[in-house]
Write a protein that binds this ligand. Structure first.
Ligand code: MEV
Length: 442
């Protein structure tokens, strides 16, 4: 069937949007209206709040919100909020937390907290002339022009740290950047950084126009292409680590401590040299990070993009975590670039985000960086621990089984039957369904 485009969809009321969708794409089937309606919140104010987070909202999409307790982080015991749809992630985090609780917990260090942004521009001019103009005229003007924008941030201890002119003409004809670094204190800082950068773009253009350092042709050639923060923050790094004597690893899977430590280190080294494995390895790390990022109202696309760019910083995609087993000590750590906030954005708006931050003891942005790095490290530890011992499927299969059974509306009794049935067998979708049919036809 050919569908018709629509003008002004965003201006329709919620009900009219739904009516149009059901008629245009769902053959007028009103059952779909019921599905959407089931997820509306009974509290109209809360519903309105959620609708206003985004555009063209017709319902809410729920995600499970779970808790991984027993995280000992820098001596503080914490329960981590995790919003994640994938089964086993919260269980894995909890297991790791418990394991390391008994071995001194997680230690973290903030290495640095610099955020970056760029004004990207094209200018047909000799590089040395531009550099002179930047050093002796422009740089000062850029700081002055953004004084109003930065006033509040400076009061809070942040602001623009530095601005550099970068010559990129060897990669793209006439391409330069103003590369600025920022301290955004407790905010993620996207709005602040972008506002500063947009002002840089205007000031750059105005100052070039007024300058007598350039010819008319040169002046006319300047084009501000864009002003935007970078989600790659290689100078906003937190380290989280765990360590213990190899003798104290005491894995319960039956292999010796030495074999466990050796296999674990091999698994990390494989992810350091093999991008196919590194991708899955880091995906597992991000399972832990994203769940807490979402629960605390931060931007998981930004943290994902940054982590993967960092994983490729040496020209080859590598593991974000590292391990050593020297002198009888097992040491496992992550250096994670991550830019998050605890003020601004959703943090003051979403009731569950407020809950998450309160649960974490109202952390500063730096403390949240630490918690996130720990969550990623813990998740990776749990995944590797399973992978090098029992295999990953053992833990996953019970949840997989329940997901299949839930799809078919299984009762608690039926679920128990299947847990026993698959005790010594591999769960398969086909077998669950055929056995369920037999059971129900009895
Ligand atoms: C699944 O979401 C994540 C894992 O594949 C991670 C890993 O293999 O390290 C279990």
């Amino acid at each position: 069937m050919n569908h018709k485009p629509i003008e002004g969809f965003s201006k329709l009321s919620k009900q009219h949007k739904i009516d149009w969708l059901i008629n245009e794409y769902l053959q007028g089937n009103q059952e779909y209206q019921k599905i959407l309606q089931q997820y509306w919140n009974d509290n109209p104010d809360l519903q309105k709040l959620h609708e206003e987070f985004s555009e063209n909202t017709i319902t809410n999409f729920y995600m499970p919100y779970g808790i991984a307790p027993n995280f000992l982080i820098d001596g503080k015991l914490m329960a981590l909020p995790m919003a994640v749809e994938e089964s086993s992630v919260v269980a894995a985090a909890s297991k790791s937390a418990k394991f390391w609780l008994e071995r001194g917990g997680f230690k973290t260090t903030i290495i640095n907290t610099e955020k970056l942004g760029h004004t990207h521009f094209i200018f047909k001019v000799e590089a040395h002339k531009l550099l002179h103009f930047f050093n002796f005229t422009l740089k000062k003007k850029l700081f002055e022009a953004t004084e109003d924008i930065t006033a509040n941030m400076r009061k809070r201890g942040g602001g623009i740290l530095d601005i550099k002119l970068i010559d990129k003409t060897s990669e793209l004809a006439d391409y330069y950047q103003l590369k600025a670094s920022f301290n955004t204190v407790d905010s993620m800082g996207a709005n602040f950084i972008n506002s500063c950068l947009e002002q840089f773009g205007k000031t750059l253009k105005d100052e070039v126009a007024q300058s007598d350092a350039f010819s008319e042709d040169e002046k006319n050639s300047i084009q501000i292409v864009m002003n935007i923060l970078s989600n790659f923050t290689p100078d906003c790094i937190v380290r989280a680590e765990v360590s213990c004597k190899i003798d104290d690893l005491k894995d319960d899977s039956g292999i010796s401590n030495e074999e466990f430590a050796w296999k674990f280190k091999q698994a990390v080294t494989i992810a350091e040299i093999e991008p196919y494995r590194a991708t899955t390895h880091n995906k597992g790390v991000m399972n832990g990070i994203d769940a807490v990022v979402i629960a605390t109202g931060n931007d998981f696309r930004a943290t994902e993009a940054c982590a993967h760019a960092y994983a490729s910083k040496d020209g080859k995609y590598k593991s974000l975590t590292h391990c050593t087993t020297d002198n009888g000590i097992f040491r496992f750590w992550i250096d994670l670039p991550i830019s998050v906030g605890v003020v601004g954005g959703l943090t003051n708006l979403h009731p569950l985000v407020k809950f998450s931050l309160a649960l974490l003891g109202k952390p500063s942005a730096q403390e949240l960086m630490s918690i996130l790095a720990v969550s990623g490290l813990a998740q990776n530890f749990a995944a590797l621990r399973s992978l090098v011992t029992t295999g990953i499927q053992k833990g996953h299969m019970k949840m997989h089984l329940f997901n299949i059974l839930n799809q078919f509306g299984a009762t608690e009794e039926e679920k128990q039957y299947f847990v026993n049935y698959f005790k010594d067998k591999t769960v398969s979708h086909h077998e669950v369904i055929s056995e369920l049919n037999k059971l129900r036809n009895k």
